[in-house]
Design a protein around this ligand. Sequence first.
Ligand code: HEM
Length: 496
Amino acid sequence: MTEDKTLTTASGIPVADNQNSLTAGERGPILMQDFYLMEKLAHFNRERIPERVVHAKGAAAFGTFTVTHDITRYTKAQLFSEVGKETQVLLRFSTVGGEQGSADAERDPRGFSMKFYTEEGNWDLVGNNTPVFFIRDPLKFPDLIHTQKRHPQTHLKDADAKWDFWSLSPEALHQVTILFSDRGTPKNHRHMDGFGSHTFSLINDRGERVWCKFHFKTMQGIENFTAEEATQIKGEDPDHATRDLFEAIDQGNYPKWRFCIQVMTEAQAAEYRESPFDLTKVWKHSEFPLIDVGILELNRNPQNFFAEVEQAAFSPSNVVPGISFSPDKVLQSRIMSYADAQRYRLGANYQQLPVNQPKCPVMHYQRDGAMAPGNNGGSGPNYEPNSHEDAPKQNSAYADPAWDLGNVKVDRYDHRKGNDDYTQAGDLYRLMKPDAQQRLVANIVESLSAAKPEIQMRQLCHFFRADPNYGRQVAEGLGIAIDPSMMPAAAQPIGV
Ligand code: HEM
C-alpha cells in the first residue's frame, strides 16, 4: 500500500485544488466560502515573529558533549558525573548588532549559545567568542546596544554613537581592543573559541562552592579574516559562516571544541586584587590554569531552521544543580532578561516548543496560556500545597549553599571607582606582535575616523592610558599631532 500523500488543510481536510481559487464564473469574484484560500493567506500574514532584539542573525547545530576528565570534586552536575558520559547539545552562533539578514562577516562579537539537555533539566551557557564584555553594569546595556544598531533618524550604523558611548565608557576598552583586533572578524563559526565570559559557581556534593569560568577552545584552530577579506566576503556571500557550518556538518566534517574551566576558591577570591566578578576582566591563565573537562562535537544539522533555530530559547537563568550564579551584576540581570524576551518573542509556553523541551520529566503547577500543547497537566492538581501523594513536591536536597555576603549594604555603587580599565587592555595590546598591532590600529582608525573630532580625542586618551604606543599609533593613523610633553600624564589611568 502506498502512503497517502493527499494535500490537506491545517485541520487535515483533503484539498481538491491548490491552484485555482473558488470563483463565481471564470473571471471571478472569489467566494467567501473559499476558506482554504483564506487560511493560506491569513497564515502567510502571520509567518514572521519578532527577531531577537540582539543576536538576530545566527546559525545552529546539534551535537554531543563527552566528559574526558573528572571534575566531580568541583561539581555535582550530573552531566559531569563520569568520564565518557555523553549529553546532547544545541549550539547557536550569531552576530550581535545586525538584523536577521545581515552579513556574517561583520566586525562584531560572536554569540556562542549552548543548550545541554541534561537529565536534571536544560543547562544554557549563553556566551560569546570573547572572554569579556563592554560593560560591567547592566543598566548600560540598552544604551550600548542602541549605539551598535541604527541611528534613529538616518537608519544607518553610526560611528559617532559607537565611539561617543565607548569613549564615555572606558570599561569597554578591553572588549573594544579585542573587537578591532584580528579576532573581531573570525573566518567562520568553526574557527573561533567560545567563553561563558561571566564568573559562575560550581557546587560539589558536599555543598562546597568554587568560582568558575567556562572556555571552549576550537580544535579547528583559530582563523580570522583580515579587514579586507571580511569586506570582500560580505559582498560575495553574506551568509558565508552559516553556509560553512551547514556544509561542514553535512559532509561529516564535525567541528569540535575542548571544553575547559578555570577555578578560583572563595578564599582566593577574597584575596584577589580586583573583583573576580567583573565581566570586563579575565582571570590570567598563568594564575588560574585551564582544566580540561570534555569535548564538544557538532554532528547534526537542524531539519527546520524556524522550528529548531529561530524558536530556540537560551537563557542564563537555566542552570542545573551543581552549577550556579555569581554576584556579577551583568549575569544577575541576564537571569531576568532572556526569559522575559522569550515570553514576548515566542509566547508564554515557549519552553514547551520541541527544541526547548527538556529531555527529562517536567512537573510543575503552571497551566494554560496561549498555545499550550500537550496535556497541560492533565487531570492533576494545579495548586500547591496539596494532599495528592503523586503530585510534584519540592526537594531540599537541591538547595544551593547559602551565600555569605558579610556586612554588605545595598546601594548603587559607582562601578568605575577603584577599577583599572586600562591595564588588561594594554596587556592585550603588548601581547600582540607588531603586525597584529598594526592591523588592530588600522581597524580602529578606519572606524574612529568617521566619528567627530572631540569624540576621537576623548577615545584617544584611553588608548594612551592603556599603552603610550597604542595611543601614539592610533593618533598617527588619525593624523592627530600629540604634544610629547603631555604623554606621561596622559598615560596615567584616570577616571573620565
Ligand atoms: C541574546 C539581553 C549581555 C550573549 C540576548 C537577548 C536578550 C539579551 C534580551 C535575546 C534573547 C532571545 O530573544 O532569545 C542581554 C542583556 C545583557 C546581555 C540585558 C546585559 C545586561 C550579554 C553578554 C553575553 C550575551 C554579556 C555574552 C557573554 C548573548 C547571546 C545571545 C543573546 C549569545 C543570543 C542567544 C541565542 O543564540 O539565541 N541578550 N544580553 N549577552 N545574548 Fe545577551
